[in-house]
Design a protein around this ligand. Structure first.
Ligand SMILES: C[S@@+](CC[C@H](N)C(=O)[O-])C[C@H]1O[C@@H](n2cnc3c(N)ncnc32)[C@H](O)[C@@H]1O
Length: 206
């Protein structure tokens, strides 16, 4: 999908996708990150920054939150949230998720190229080359680092699936958590969110 779609969607995103809608899934996803004060978490795609307040419950303003997204419009909303709360530990980057690899980290964070945890929420169903993005994220983790993925999985064609595809521009039948299962240790998945349409999968870097 053309990213200009999200530049426009950003104006109403938090209204059409309010906190309560994904709260249970997000809350569970961020618990799975097992964040401790002082740690670094990468969020791809960070969108309008809806996760920031959840991360801060664990980080309490310490450590580092790196938010990456391709849409300038979505990032403007994320920057507004950061400014409103005067959060100093958040860094926001405009980048294509498919480009975020070890070289990208070396160029942007030469002193610290690995992170403790990564959350990829509602992104992989829309990214091209989604398997490669998972592989790259695993490369960016420290030993024992945690990767958590939250996304839609509706393998059987349905009106609901068509609606989610239409509004979010993603493919809701990709075997994302099945792919992750083979790549990590301590794999877990909970498929119970949003009436069974949204999963949260987690694993530790092997
Ligand atoms: C459904 S939103 C999810 C945003 C956020 N994670 C959330 O849960 O609210 C999908 C996001 O993916 C971003 N996006 C789409 N294609 C991208 C790409 N190739 N690289 C980085 N971000 C991308 C969009 O700009 C949008 O913010």
């Amino acid at each position: 999908m053309d990213i200009s779609y999200y530049d426009k969607f950003s104006k109403v995103y938090d209204w059409l996708s309010p906190k309560w809608y994904y709260h249970n899934a997000r809350n569970h996803a961020i618990q799975q990150l097992r964040l401790k004060p002082g740690q670094t978490v990468l969020n791809i795609p960070c969108g309008t920054g809806q996760n920031f307040e959840y991360f801060q419950e664990y980080l309490k303003g310490t450590g580092s939150i790196i938010g990456i997204d391709l849409s300038e419009g979505m990032l403007e909303k994320a920057k507004d949230k950061k400014a409103a709360k005067e959060w100093q530990n958040i860094q926001i980057y405009r980048e294509d998720a498919t480009q975020v690899d070890t070289n990208w980290m070396i160029n942007n964070f030469p002193l610290s190229t690995k992170v403790d945890a990564i959350l990829c929420d509602l992104g992989l169903s829309g990214f091209p080359q989604w398997e490669m993005v998972i592989d790259n994220m695993l490369e960016l983790l420290k030993p024992d680092g945690v990767l958590v993925i939250m996304d839609w999985y509706l393998p059987i064609p349905s009106l609901r699936g068509e609606f989610i595809k239409w509004i979010g521009g993603g493919e809701v039948n990709r075997p994302i958590y099945q792919y992750l299962a083979n790549k990590v240790s301590d794999f877990s998945v909970n498929t119970s969110f949003n009436r069974g349409g949204v999963f949260v999968a987690a694993g530790i870097k092997k």
